[in-house]
Design a protein around this ligand. Structure first.
Ligand code: PLP
Length: 422
């Protein structure tokens, strides 16, 4: 099936007489007639539902639609994108281990990997994704467990050279994990370029309407854990909390996702509500249509901003003449996303005055939904930092993150024009 068909039809496959639309299984628990069946479920000997903290049919249908869209073998929904970024790592790394991450990733991921994971004993080295191979390879250690980057970084919209970094990760015997939130599987399928695991904040384009916070972890099934067995003992040696079963032996290509559910969801419990999974599924049904409109609109808006005399700079991968654009053409020939970063000539106060004049484009701490919105990190999310500290964090004091929605592009441009010239 093509991506558009999967958006609409994957996941829920009703049998004769069943509801056409995915039902919301709003139930914490599931009933069985005999206790042996239930015991087998607890031992992972049989498939079936028993408690929604581990698995729920509504959630599973939506996860399998996303797995289909990404071309993966399995997926697990999480309660937020942050939970997906956490679980993707701690499913294969623990105290005493080390990970490598691009330094341009989303601020929430940067804090999680740079501040919170070290408190749990997992160290992170942040690398410059524009550095040469030798410098990046120097970051690998014997206890490194994965390499993490974003297809399109938030908020800088830098394109990650997936094929190059997959080759580097594999040379060092670790998987490449890609946060594919901004590109979505409509515009990029990282597994086709060698990535092993994909995460998303489904809160963004997948939901698309700013209704639900959620995340997902998808496994390609391609990474050979057994070939690096000593590096990934959690997957390749017996799990005593399940009577000594070994995930790679028992579940093959589904080892990683099965462990994530059976251990991490069981113990840490970050499932979305079935109601939220249902809403996410409604969003996914139009993902392919919305992404086209986001990209068309953003291209027009970026071109408008670029030629405006009050605008100092614009970063959008759809604008030609940069390395970022060349990478975008390789990995996302059909378009990238609706998000761009730009700055005005002037200072912080000029940026604030410009934003206050906007009428249609709302100032919100969100990005990548149907409504156009804008954020100025220096006066919002990062307002406690000085200009100097902002520069160190890689955020220009004048950087505004504009998320172009699916309204008519002329209305969005008119709003920007009157605010620029007001
Ligand atoms: C928003 C975001 C996250 C975090 O997701 P939440 O759903 O807000 O927890 C992670 N990665 C990227 C790229 C994001 O934009």
């Amino acid at each position: 099936m093509k991506q558009a068909t999967k958006c609409v039809q994957s996941g829920w496959k009703p049998k004769n007489g069943e509801p056409r639309v995915l039902p919301i299984y709003q139930s914490t628990t599931f009933k069985y007639d005999d206790s042996d069946k239930m015991a087998d479920l607890f031992d992972l000997k049989d498939n079936g539902y028993f408690y929604t903290r581990l698995a729920n049919p509504t959630n599973d249908c939506v996860a399998s639609k996303i797995a289909d869209l990404e071309g993966g073998v399995g997926a697990v929904l999480t309660s937020s994108g942050q939970a997906a970024s956490l679980f993707a790592i701690i499913n294969i790394a623990g105290a005493g281990d080390h990970i490598i991450c691009s330094q341009t990733v989303y601020g929430g991921t940067y804090n999680l990997y740079g501040t919170t994971l070290p408190k749990l004993g997992i160290e992170c080295t942040f690398i410059d994704q524009n550095a040469d191979d030798a410098e990046i390879e120097a970051a690998f250690r014997p206890n490194t467990k994965c390499f993490f980057g974003e297809t399109l970084s938030n908020p800088g919209v830098q394109v990650f050279d997936i094929e190059r970094f997959a080759a580097i990760a594999h040379r060092h015997g670790v998987p490449l994990i890609i946060d594919n939130t901004f590109a979505t599987p409509i515009n990029c399928r990282p597994f086709e370029w060698g990535a092993d695991i994909v995460t998303h904040s489904t809160t963004k384009y997948m939901d698309g309407h700013a209704l639900t916070v959620g995340g997902v972890v998808v496994d390609s099934g391609n990474f050979d854990w057994d070939a690096h067995a000593e590096r990934f003992p959690g997957l390749t040696t017996p799990d005593e909390s399940y009577h000594g079963l070994t995930y790679t032996k028992q579940f093959g290509k589904l080892a990683y996702t099965t462990k994530l559910v059976a251990q991490l969801m069981r113990d840490l419990g970050s499932i979305p509500s079935p109601m939220n999974a249902f809403l996410l599924n409604v969003g996914l049904e139009t993902l392919h249509l919305r992404m086209q409109q986001h990209c068309r609109n953003a291209q027009a808006v970026a071109e408008f901003l670029q030629q405006h005399p009050r605008v100092a700079w614009v970063t959008y991968p759809g604008l030609p003449g940069t390395k970022n654009h060349e990478l975008a053409r390789k990995y996302m020939p059909g378009g990238t996303c609706g998000v761009m970063a730009f700055g005005l000539k002037g200072n912080r106060d000029d940026a604030v005055a410009f934003m206050d004049r906007l009428r249609l484009i709302a100032i919100v701490t969100h990005v990548a939904d149907a409504r156009s919105c804008i954020l100025h990190p220096a006066s919002h999310t990062h307002r406690q930092l000085s200009d100097e500290q902002l520069q160190q964090a890689g955020i220009a004091p004048d950087l505004m993150r504009l998320s172009v929605g699916i309204e008519d592009k002329d209305d969005i441009i008119d709003d920007l024009r009157q605010a620029l010239e007001g």
